[in-house]
Design a protein around this ligand. Structure first.
Ligand code: GMT
Length: 387
């Protein structure tokens, strides 16, 4: 039997896909008997007690007045990485989201020298398509990606966007390891009690549309509202908007202006939203950018068909015409027509729902993805200099 690996994982501990993927990998590796160190500002998951084999190392910054607004987080993070790698025989340091985590990892490796851990950078999307290519960050992000021992992306789309966005030759290896979903947690369940708690007067067959996100501008929440309004005009329905963020206020204003506020629920950020998701009829994701669309994958896993924009990595997750329906970015009318085609025809909805779950079981289960990360870690550890 191979000896356990010593892994460190860095991510943003926020309500976002990259933190969820990083956490999923770390906890799964610990369950497989490896030692896992999370290095982050906050513990990126909530558990009553720390899982066996897992240690959390908090990144703290000085509040010295002269340092305010100087962005010392990358230095504090690199220092914590050095501290952990000095105390523990780390094989691999896996950072999620390039800005600034890949740069902090490079700084730590410079200090630790060749005996430091191998660095894996997983790009998640806006670190490549938005923030990373911003002139303020591009040279350093590009360099940090190049200095990583391995780079992964969750989709073919993001791999191409990385090569082109950072003017990298296509010979630079980038592994596509699709994101995954816990298919036991995100499972079909049509029990509508959780929805009725939000809408006590919900009719038996009244369709419910749902969207889950951090309500950032790239999610185009006002398109979610636009699609809902158009569907509602032709077939009365409800909308659940799970999450929170900057676009909530404009969405609420739009709903008030449309006179639809009472048909919509904002349950906020909720860990128990799976019951709402599984009982809903269609998941909406009209995003402007999406390297993958983890929220769509969670919906498909629950057997909920997805109506989304035909951009980024979404077509790799949602099979148009089989597990969901895609439309050009911003085409609210086409998305509304897609929703209506599903909620008006129970047989069509059922076949999309069944194919959605089956496709997730075939392509996006957690175990095969974790196998691939484990194989990558083993390959890198085998080529690391002896400590
Ligand atoms: O886009 C977000 O809201 C958050 C961001 C993140 O850092 O978690 O999401 C990105 O990573 C997710 C996990 O790999 C992907 O599912 C999202 O598609 C991706 N978002 C974008 O590309 C805009």
């Amino acid at each position: 039997m191979s000896p356990p690996l010593h892994l460190a994982i860095t991510c943003f501990p926020t309500f976002g896909g990259s933190g969820m993927v990083a956490t999923g990998i770390g906890l799964a590796m610990a369950e497989r008997g490896h030692r896992v160190h999370f290095i982050a500002r906050e513990l990126p998951f909530q558990r009553a007690s720390m899982p066996r084999g897992v240690t959390f190392h908090e990144v703290t910054e000085s509040d010295y007045p002269a340092l305010q607004r100087t962005g010392t987080y990358p230095i504090a993070l690199a220092s914590k990485m050095i501290e952990v790698a000095t105390a523990e025989p780390l094989d691999v340091l896996h950072v999620h989201y390039a800005v600034p985590h890949a740069t902090a990892a490079w700084m730590a490796r410079e200090v630790l020298g060749e005996k430091g851990p191998r660095v894996v950078t997983t790009l998640h999307g806006t670190d490549t398509t938005l923030v990373g290519i911003h002139p303020s960050y591009l040279p350093m992000t590009r360099f940090s990606i190049l200095r990583s021992d391995a780079v992964t992306t969750p989709s073919e789309f993001l791999r191409s966007a990385t090569w082109s966005g950072f003017s990298l030759p296509r010979s630079i290896p980038i592994d596509v390891i699709p994101n995954f979903v816990d298919t036991e947690r995100y499972a079909p369940g049509r029990e509508r009690a959780a929805l009725r708690a939000l809408f006590p007067d919900l009719e038996e067959h009244e369709p419910v549309l749902i969207h889950v996100s951090n309500f950032r501008p790239v999610k185009r929440i006002t398109d979610v509202v636009g699609v809902f309004a158009e569907v509602h005009r032709q077939r009365p329905c409800r909308l659940v908007l799970v999450g929170d963020g900057p676009e909530r206020e404009p969405a609420e204003r739009m709903l008030r202006e449309l006179g639809l506020a009472s048909r919509v629920a904002f349950p906020g950020r909720r860990d128990d939203f799976v019951a709402l998701l599984a009982a809903s009829d269609v998941f909406l994701l009209p995003s402007e950018q999406e390297s993958f669309g983890l929220a769509a994958l969670e919906a498909l896993s629950c057997g909920v068909p997805v109506v989304a924009s035909d951009i980024g990595g979404i077509p790799e997750v949602v099979r148009h015409g089989e597990t969901g329906l895609l439309a050009p970015l911003g085409d609210v009318r086409a998305m509304a027509d897609h929703v209506l085609s599903l909620v008006r025809d129970a047989g069509r909805w059922r076949s999309f729902s069944q194919r959605a779950r089956a496709d997730v079981m075939e392509r996006f289960r957690m175990e095969p993805a974790i196998d691939r990360y484990e194989a990558l870690y083993r390959r890198l550890a085998a080529h690391a200099p002896a400590r």
